[in-house]
Design a protein. Structure first.
Length: 823
């Protein structure tokens, strides 16, 4: 019968509950000989190393030792019950006495030997394996489980590049102890091994993965399952890149490279024993056993991104050896790396320019001082004679690597990698690409590491049209917008690979923030129970550096929010808004917004500021950009005023119509905001500027329909007293009637003369402005091309649905501007 091997990492063995979960997983597996390789309880190995450090520092060990014992005792009692836990605790007490005794002999200030370090740091695995054995025996019967001390099986030499397995001897021992075993579960210690002299040793930090694949090879297992606390090998470290996703299948080589360059989920040497026998390695989540995990095998699946993963680690120093005297001199590299090898230094990455003028390489930061000395010694003569100018060490560096078999022979990955770093303003200190083209690595400043990792990950894994969206002011219009986005987003993703992620929604008082995205089904509730609004935090959250683009949509009419646009546009955030404040404010602010957006390559879209969802601004933009000359723009830009003069036919008093319109919600809460004409004037300023005029709001002649005497009155009083002013309005209506005309409140921009006015005018009955219904807006463009027969845009110009749709259309317009701009 075949063997199966499992390995449970420290994160899967944190406490008694974890042990139960692990037992359930192995017991639930097929009934076949099973190797269960276990790590120390999570964090315990660190505590044992800390204990050694404490002894070297001459500190008292009683308290940390008691804490270590206590953790074992708590788990054992919970799993085995008092009396049954006793034999195990006797073992623990004996081991703790051993630790106390050997560390007690430690001279403070003296370094500990590797042998002692290995002996003490390996106790965690011994305890985990014995406790798991006892628990499986209790649950499944004494004959079901056996404890195996890996020091009786795995024999290694400690080589310069890490442990070397002595396969023949290990195989012999394995046969002796395990072949023909009738037991189902063999609980084996990870991490520890023995050397050929019989001394206890270890496979190095994180080495239990390696133990498991060695055991799998020794036992001829068909598969080794490495159980941890994530769903599999992910496209990047999920702690640093929230967007990381599980890789279904990867090759041994890909896994090895990712691990070598920092993917802590698996030890880089784990793959080696599995390769020869083609043993599949599966990475799975103890806490989510339903997930199939990642399969590491001989071949990798080529679906999805050509890059499988991005990994990084810091704690690197870059060393540069530079000198004109090295050009064309054979053997320089050999001397350099020979000297480093003799000093036991491992080199992580090498890069040499073809001019041979310099060689640079990366080493662990803690070796940097030694390396500098070793290299200076090796080239002492050349340094003195000036053939080698200097040995330069750049500390605080990190290595970033993209890995994927699919990159081989496919042009473009390196280009994208470096372009992304460049676009993110990250300086590359050195570059290396293996001839296998499976990995491209770059040395960067350590402080840039997370940012670089996120940017590179997003450029390979996310749609370039992934947009992080923050919506401010989800009132009647903003709220409908959120619902419209929610309803359309699946279709947009499917059809156009558009990934619209509403990640922040906020009012002036509250906000709710979502990591990947907010669940838009319940956003109103989430907002109601959200946290207190903090606009800075809101904006920082919306602009996640692991997502390619950010847009803030301001659905307020607030000046304070509009005042922020400059900052947002300058820091790379696109802005979309129906808020007229910024565009109709002082022209120098308007100009600064435009130039800032241009410099920062951001977009500012505001279609819904005029005519709600009607394509007014975009039509005007198209006319201007295609070289037409705008002569005149006129129209009805206020749905409220359109309604009032559509209804006002003399049969009812104007003041009654105003009151009724207010009651129906057609006006602002204070109808004077509409009647004053200022809203129309702002829209006129926006259009005038769009057409190239330098108009200020104050330059516009505005006819207000608010009687001067009522300007300061309270709203109720204003409505009551408006009737006193009905007579002049009737007079104007009659005058229009006599001329076969109607009254319309319009804006009129004369682009030739650079003037604009807003007010009540008469129009003949056959004029387009005379024939609108209800709250329609209408805009007429007279241009060189549309001269005798002007271009007209007409339709409902108010209401939450159409206004939200206008904003949404801006969002889609923005997305089409973004696609392709970054890759
Ligand atoms: P164990 O205790 O099971 O050995 P480790 O803590 O050693 O677990 O490794 C698992 C952790 O590795 C994950 O929790 C994750 O945070 C981290 N990690 C780093 N890079 C990756 C990656 N590319 N894919 C998955 N996990 C990663
Ligand atoms: N317990 C060891 C460590 O923490 C080995 C392992 O967990 O893989 O490094
Ligand atoms: Mg691990």
């Amino acid at each position: 019968m075949g063997w199966i091997a499992h390995k449970f990492g420290g994160s899967s063995l944190a406490d008694a509950d974890c042990f139960r979960r692990v037992a359930a997983i192995v017991v639930g597996g097929p009934d076949e000989p099973t190797a269960v390789v276990v790590s120390a309880m999570g964090g315990l190995t660190n505590h044992l190393f800390a204990l050694i450090d404490a002894a070297v520092a001459g500190k008292d060990l009683a308290a940390p030792l008691a804490a270590i014992r206590n953790r074992q005792a708590t788990a054992a009692e919970a799993l085995l019950g008092g009396p049954q836990a006793r034999p195990f605790l006797e073992v623990v007490d004996r081991d703790i006495a051993d630790i106390r005794q050997v560390l007690g002999k430690q001279q403070p200030g003296h370094p500990v030997t590797r042998a002692l370090q290995d002996r003490i740091s390996g106790y965690g695995e011994l305890w985990s394996a014995q406790l798991m054995t006892a628990f499986l025996q209790k649950e499944q019967g004494a004959a079901a489980a056996r404890f195996i001390d890996a020091r009786d099986v795995i024999v290694i030499d400690q080589g310069e590049m890490g442990p070397i397995v002595l396969w023949e001897e290990s195989r012999r021992r394995c046969r002796e102890r395990l072949s023909g075993s009738k037991t189902r579960f063999h609980v084996i210690t990870g991490y520890i091994a023995t050397d050929r002299s019989g001394q206890a040793t270890t496979l190095g930090r994180n080495g239990s993965d390696f133990s498991a694949s060695i055991m799998a090879a020794l036992l001829g297992a068909r598969e080794v399952i490495i159980w941890t606390d994530v769903d599999g090998v992910m496209s990047a470290d999920p702690r640093l890149v929230p967007e990381a996703r599980v890789i279904d299948q990867l090759s041994y080589n890909e896994a090895m490279e990712l691990a070598y360059f920092g993917a802590k989920v698996i030890h880089p040497q784990t793959m080696a024993p599995a390769v020869d026998d083609g043993i599949g390695i599966r990475i799975r989540n103890t806490f989510n056993p339903k997930h199939p995990g990642s399969l590491i095998a001989a071949t990798s699946s080529q679906q999805g991104s050509i890059v499988k993963g991005v990994s990084a680690f810091d704690g690197i120093a870059l060393v540069n050896l530079e000198g004109a005297g090295m050009i064309g001199v054979p053997g320089t590299a050999d001397r350099l790396f020979g000297a480093l090898r003799d000093a036991g230094i491992s080199v992580m990455l090498i890069s040499q320019g073809s001019s041979e003028h310099s060689i640079c390489f990366a080493v662990r930061a803690d070796a940097a001082a030694t390396v500098k000395r070793v290299v200076e010694d090796a080239f002492a003569v050349e340094l003195e004679q000036g053939q080698v100018q200097r040995v330069e060490v750049t500390p605080d560096s990190a290595i970033l690597a993209v890995v994927g078999d699919g990159m081989s022979g496919l042009p473009g990955s390196a280009g994208r990698f470096f372009r992304t770093l460049g676009n993110s303003g990250i300086n590359v200190r050195a570059i290396a690409q293996g001839a296998s083209e499976r990995n491209i690595s770059a040395v960067i400043a350590a402080r840039d590491m997370t940012r670089a990792l996120r940017a590179v990950h997003s450029s390979f894994y996310l749609s370039s049209k992934t947009v992080s969206i923050g919506i401010i002011g989800p009132g009647s219009v903003g709220g409908v917008l959120v619902d419209q986005i929610a309803a359309a987003s699946a279709r947009l993703k499917d059809k156009f690979d558009l990934d619209l992620r509403v990640r922040a929604i906020g009012t002036s008082r509250k906000m709710c923030l979502g990591q990947a995205r907010l669940d838009l089904k319940d956003w109103r509730q989430a907002l109601a129970s959200g946290e207190t609004m903090d606009l800075d935090r809101f904006v920082n959250h919306a602009q996640a550096d692991y997502l390619p683009h950010t847009v803030l949509i301001d659905c307020t009419a607030n000046q304070g929010i509009a005042d922020r646009y400059l900052d947002w546009l300058g820091r790379g955030i696109h802005v979309i808004t129906p808020n007229k404040r910024a565009h109709s404010g002082p022209i120098d602010v308007y100009r600064r917004l435009r130039s800032t957006a241009q410099a920062a390559n951001t977009h500012f879209l505001y279609e819904a500021t005029v005519g709600a969802g009607l394509p007014v601004i975009s039509t005007l933009k198209d006319l201007v950009e295609t070289g037409d000359d705008i002569e005149r723009i006129s129209g009805i830009f206020s749905g409220t005023l359109a309604y009032l003069f559509n209804v006002f036919d003399g049969s009812r008093r104007f003041s009654d119509i105003v009151r009724e319109a207010k009651e129906r919600g057609y006006t602002e809460p204070d109808p004077r905001d509409d009647l004053s004409g200022m809203d129309v004037a702002r829209k006129a300023v926006i259009l005038a500027r769009e057409a190239g005029l330098s108009l200020e709001l104050r330059d516009i002649a505005v006819e207000s329909l608010v009687p001067g005497a009522l300007a300061g009155a309270a709203v109720g009083e204003f409505l009551d007293r408006l009737a006193d002013f009905d007579a002049p309005m009737v007079g104007r209506l009659e005058k229009a009637r006599a001329a076969q005309a109607v009254l319309r409140y319009v804006a009129d921009i004369d682009c030739r003369r650079g003037t604009a006015s807003v007010g009540l005018q008469q129009f003949p009955l056959d004029h387009p402005f005379a024939n609108i219904s209800l709250t329609d807006n209408i805009v007429q463009f007279v241009t060189r091309r549309y001269s005798a027969n002007p271009l007209i845009v007409r339709g409902p110009g108010a209401g939450p649905d159409v206004t939200a749709a206008g904003i949404f259309a801006d969002l889609l317009r923005l997305c089409s501007m973004l696609s392709g701009s970054d890759d």
